[in-house]
Design a protein around this ligand. Sequence first.
Ligand code: CTP
Length: 403
Amino acid sequence: MSIFTSKHILLGVTGSIAAYKAADLASKLTQAGAQVDGILTPAAEKFITPLTFQSVTGRKVFTDAELWGGIAHVLHVGLGHSADLLVIAPCTANTLAKLAHGIADNLLTITALAMRSPTLIAPAMDAGMFEHPATQENIRILCGRGVHFAGPDEGHMASGLTGRGRMVEPAELLGHIRLTLGFGGRLAGKKIVVTAGGTQEPIDPVRVLTNKSSGKQGYATAQAALDAGGTVVLITAPTCLTPPVGAKVIPICTAQEMLEAVLAESTGANALVMAAAVADFRPKTVAENKLKKRDGIPQIELGAAPDVLIAVAGLGSRRPRVIIGFAAESRDLLENASSKLKSKELDMLVANDVSAPDAGFGVDTNRVTLLFPNAKEETLPLLSKSEVAETIIAHVAVLLESK
Ligand code: CTP
């Protein structure tokens, strides 16, 4: 179940050309499982119609026409009290100013005053308006009251100028919404370190020794930890993936860099989830210049790369309280996995058979068995990597609560 499932989100739209992007955001939120109620200000209605939002959300869209209708006096209170989150995207300088000063002159600003759940604002305005001391002061006031902000971004603006004032793109806004919904979850106040991707060991300046890990399971685990309200550090080898919004990202390449980053971040961490496929072997020497064909086929001598989990076990009392490892196996899955559980002193091991076409490297699904030190085993059915991640994080929460 995604964090958006059955969440009631109010999407306030104000009078900016970025209003057309709000329709895409409404569509993405609806597809993710949220119930989205649009509220358009009179200025927003000049840019986009209620029908656009209604068509993508399948729900009624509210405008100031309702404010003066039969249910007017309770509508804003009802919306404000029932919603899990108010998102105002795009939010103009004018609406920002009204919110900062408690002005309630349309359905959206009245509802904002009635809100009991968090508010997230995505400003959109010309760079000069954003930088104006009045706007900056209004943002400070709202931040001081616990209002969350996403952006604005730098880039091309409707005025033709370039600067900071563009609304954050809907896909990224979705990440900010996710982050805000996750605050106060089961892992609130807990630092969770997640590693992801396949490390790369250089052979020469252009070649590396790596593996087939895509990083998908690690990134999904970082996202699940954020959804649960955790403070997440994602230590990642190179991947093609976009890191989840809200994670502190530490890019690394080699097993040695992974080791150093994990040891540094383990201090004060509550849990470590070692989803990365870390090299076991690396070239003993790295050629200074590109190896040339004309010099014949090179003999590359390999040496051992450091084992990160073994090094973490050596931290003793400074270890994170909960340590989760993975085992990627192509045969004797459970036998190999349970020996790793012991030798790496893990609290839980996620074993997956990488030879199956629908599990392991690259694909979006996984078929794993969870192993515990008390010999308990939990075999999960074929799931998406996000669902596997949610299960892993639920176990992290239980283990942290029980330790
Ligand atoms: N791991 C690690 N450091 C390494 C290699 C692996 O910390 N140099 C971690 C992985 O992140 C994973 C667990 O150890 O959580 C098991 O990794 P896996 O590749 O399955 O096993 P290895 O320990 O490398 O043993 P083998 O390759 O012989 O199966």
